[in-house]
Design a protein around this ligand. Sequence first.
Ligand code: ATP
Ligand code: MG
Length: 322
Amino acid sequence: MAGLGEHITAMVRSHASGDDSAFYSVALQIAAREARQGHHVLADDIKKAVDTSRQVAQRSNVTKLAKPRGELADLIETSHPEVTLKNLVGPGDLVERLKQVIAEQRQRKTLLEHGFDPTHRLLLEGPPGTGKTMTAAVLARELALPMFTVRLDSLLSKYMGETAGKLRLVFDAVAERRGVYLFDEFDALGGDRSGNDVGEARRILNSFLVFLEQSSPESIVIAATNHRSILDKALFRRFDMVLTYHLPDKMQARSVIKGRLGSLMKGLRWDSVDSHTEGLSHADLVKAAEASAKSVLMRGETLIAADDLIAALDTRRTASIG
Ligand SMILES: Nc1ncnc2c1ncn2[C@@H]1O[C@H](COP(=O)(O)OP(=O)(O)OP(=O)(O)O)[C@@H](O)[C@H]1O
Ligand SMILES: [Mg+2]
């Protein structure tokens, strides 16, 4: 049977290493020894102390896990996207750079072991409907990670201190839970949407940049905006990669439509369609393709003709461009 000295040594060791269950098990061994020696009151006291401490520890663990979860739930929206890189239509170099990000993240252990950070801070900028949000989804899917979209409306508060505190919560999550974190409409952080004056908005942006600087390379942080001009050039340097999105060219427009319609547009004569896709975003093209498919199917047909598509594209143009 271990003596008191050995028990104390074991307790100190388990306390130092944070091993609670070892700590309590030694305490219970002491209680058993005291009981054997007829010190029943002392033995009972030790057992009670162990029970109470375990309950307290359990309760505080629960609140530790639950509390940030509760507050975070207001700040981030979780999703598990299904869209893959193959679905994303864009210029070759954009796709190549995304492949690079995916490859670096997949091999991050090797890179980190040698003191290199995988690319993990991305700024996406370009017109609406060109695939910025979709890119975040693609990265999440390709890396089998959850996507966390930060709700800027909940993040921004009239009080600078409160906003900074919320930003800290989000970046704590970045470090603790691997995922793709998207700050959509990122320009709002440095703009006047927060209801703050310019100086205050600037400080919020700066505090974001400080967190970004120290953010864990295991997660991907993406800032997306369609207002490049209001972002300051110095800010671009804070990201590992800046990706610029453009409206699709003729061939990309065809790919977007084909991607959505599949066999419904077999044999379609593209030549007459091309001029009607000009100036429309990827998102507009998807919507027009869907509209034409629906009207054809509801007519009881199964193939989309060029005229159906043209009509839908023109309607879309009126709706989106005016
Ligand atoms: N590059 C693309 N390739 C294929 N589909 C696309 C592309 N871009 C957009 N889409 C389609 O349009 C939808 C909306 O696009 P998305 O939300 O990614 O645009 P965005 O650039 O984030 O726009 P915003 O600036 O308005 O937030 C996508 O879900 C997808 O269906
Ligand atoms: Mg978007």
